[in-house]
Design a protein around this ligand. Structure first.
Ligand code: ZN
Length: 319
């Protein structure tokens, strides 16, 4: 008989639970590391009835949970932290950077910054009802914090905490040197490239950070990478190279768009993604702004501010 019917066994002591919910990415991988004191869970899935159902089913098999560890403070990863803590007395661990992010979200100290950013980049107005539905995810106080380059136990095994800013400035991966297993969160995914964008005024150049964080992981000889969404990865370094190539391709595309004509970020965004609806424009637009900022800091495009709007154009390199 199957001991844990909702879980997929990945190795001797690692299990996967696909948590589904009816919005956003629609599913997220939680990983469960079995140890003498119970299971350590990494990431929870979004807060939704569907995700709670699958976790309740899982807990009903009688498994003991030792603690919850979070890769980064995005609502699809931390969504049920409060539920685990309050309903099941599970202690929650996050990085101190992640905790700072949670506090910022709770204080809503981002609103004006984002409105100004969208305005200077020529974007549409944000619909009033946007971005408040997942606020409850931030309403918990962690029981413990970790820092970069520390050891954290997932089950019985020791994992190195590796700070990998890019997808979010507080993102961490975890590496086990015995089993060559890397927990990659949203830093490395198999089928798609995680969105890299400025989410707050504290994000300066996330694409540059992301390139550095991708290179950083190549130093680890991982045989198995456990991503936050989608398929598991057995060739992590090849996947990293693909992701770097993909980002460079998209940056190059913008340089070309801005070669003969100056444009705003919003114009570039529409040229790349086509017309975008009120609810769908936000992420691609932020990603485009972030790429243009990277290119400007890299000396590949320049900007001019006119009537409160930024216009960009590629710097033509002399051959
Ligand atoms: Zn995610």
């Amino acid at each position: 008989m199957d001991q844990f019917p909702t879980l997929t066994k990945i190795s001797e002591d690692i299990y996967q639970l696909v948590v589904r919910y009816p919005f956003g990415m629609y599913e997220m991988n939680s990983f469960l590391f079995q140890g003498d004191n119970g299971f350590t869970i990494v990431d929870t899935g979004s807060e939704a009835k569907e995700s709670i159902d699958i976790w309740e089913k899982t807990l009903a098999t009688g498994i003991k949970i030792e603690k919850l560890v979070l890769t980064h403070a995005h609502p699809d990863h931390i969504g049920l932290a409060r539920w685990f803590q309050q309903q099941h007395q599970v202690p929650v661990y996050i990085s101190s950077l992640g905790y700072k992010e949670i506090q910022r979200k709770r204080n809503h100290d981002n609103g004006n910054w984002i409105l100004n950013l969208l305005k200077t980049h020529d974007g549409p107005e944000i619909p009033r009802n946007m971005g408040n539905s997942e606020d409850a995810a931030y309403e918990f106080e962690p029981d413990g914090l970790f820092e970069n380059q520390q050891t954290i136990k997932l089950g019985n095994e020791k994992y190195e905490t590796i700070w990998t800013p890019g997808h979010s400035s507080d993102h961490f991966c975890f590496y086990n040197h015995n089993q060559h297993v890397m927990v990659t969160g949203d830093h490395i995914l198999a089928g798609l490239s995680p969105i890299i964008a400025l989410w707050s005024e504290y994000d300066m150049n996330p694409i540059k950070d992301n390139f550095a964080s991708l290179e950083k992981l190549k130093a680890y000889p991982a045989k198995l990478a456990l991503p936050g969404h989608g398929e598991l990865i057995t060739n992590m370094n090849d996947r990293i190279d693909d992701m770097i190539t993909g980002h460079k391709h998209r940056l190059q595309q913008i340089v070309q768009i801005l070669e003969n004509e100056e444009k705003t970020s919003w114009q570039v965004c529409q040229e790349i993604y086509g017309p975008l609806s009120d609810t769908k424009f936000f992420a691609p637009f932020l990603a485009t702004i972030t790429r243009i900022i990277y290119l400007e800091k890299n000396g590949e495009v320049y900007s001019e501010l006119r009537d409160g709007k930024l216009f960009f154009r590629s710097i033509v390199k002399k051959r």
